[in-house]
Design a protein around this ligand. Structure first.
Ligand SMILES: O=C(O)CCC(=O)C(=O)O
Ligand SMILES: [Fe+2]
Length: 216
């Protein structure tokens, strides 16, 4: 198991800022490129508590998760409660050819994880373009990134807390599996994380000419 944490939240040394995962200058220092995974960025506390509540309230008011723990929207007319988030989205964290596309995203998937819930290791379907964003709301969970064929048994772990933004581009999107374990508690950086209720908003863009309604 590879532990990542120091590279995420350790010192702000220049050394860390170098390399292919350098964070674009307009980002705040709380945004980190994940050293081992090109194209993976985590922006801790991207959203304030108020912004998170606004999103959760919007999801609840529109009844998105009223009948299950997953819901999807297809089309550039993303739900109204996402408008502010889309306005402030740091597109420069995406690969450059992706950052300028319009719309930036045309699909949303909401996932609610109750204690013990998870998502199996997967690479998102090829029908989605490069450049995926995951907004975390509510309680924390650890996401495990792995390359089962290249490095069996090894994973890079990223703690996702309410308000964090995760961006997957390039290698992070195409070459690495991501997973949330189906557990009631887990250890991250020697700290016990007890699972509560986590809601995530995943934003992607469907490739041209693909019409579908099935899951990711
Ligand atoms: O819920 C998350 O944080 C990730 C969701 C995900 O990986 C997916 O829907 O493909
Ligand atoms: Fe995924």
């Amino acid at each position: 198991m590879t532990h990542l944490v120091d590279s995420l939240f350790g010192s702000d040394s220049e050394e860390e800022q170098e390399g292919s995962n350098e964070v674009p200058p307009e980002c705040y220092p709380c945004c980190r490129g994940v050293e081992q995974i090109p194209g993976l960025y985590i922006w801790k506390g991207w959203l304030t508590g108020e912004e998170q509540d606004f999103l959760l309230d919007g999801i609840a008011r529109a009844g998105w998760l009223a009948h299950g723990n997953q819901a999807m929207h297809f089309g550039a007319d993303l739900p109204w409660f996402l408008q502010d988030v889309l306005q402030k989205f740091p597109a420069s964290l995406l690969p450059s050819e992706v950052a300028s596309r319009r719309p930036l995203f045309n699909q949303m998937i909401l996932n609610r994880y109750n204690p013990g819930d998870g998502i199996r290791p997967h690479v998102d379907l090829m029908r989605f373009e490069d450049g995926i964003a995951v907004i975390s709301l509510g309680d924390s969970a650890v996401m495990h990134f792995s390359q089962p064929e290249k490095n069996p048994g090894q994973s890079v772990q990223v703690l996702l807390e309410g308000g964090d933004l995760l961006v997957l581009g390039g290698s992070a999107r195409w070459d690495w599996h991501h997973e949330i374990k189906s557990v009631f508690e887990e250890i991250f950086n020697e700290k016990r994380i007890v699972r509560g209720v986590r809601t995530s908003i995943t934003l992607r863009r469907l490739k041209e000419g693909i019409i579908l309604t099935e899951a990711a």
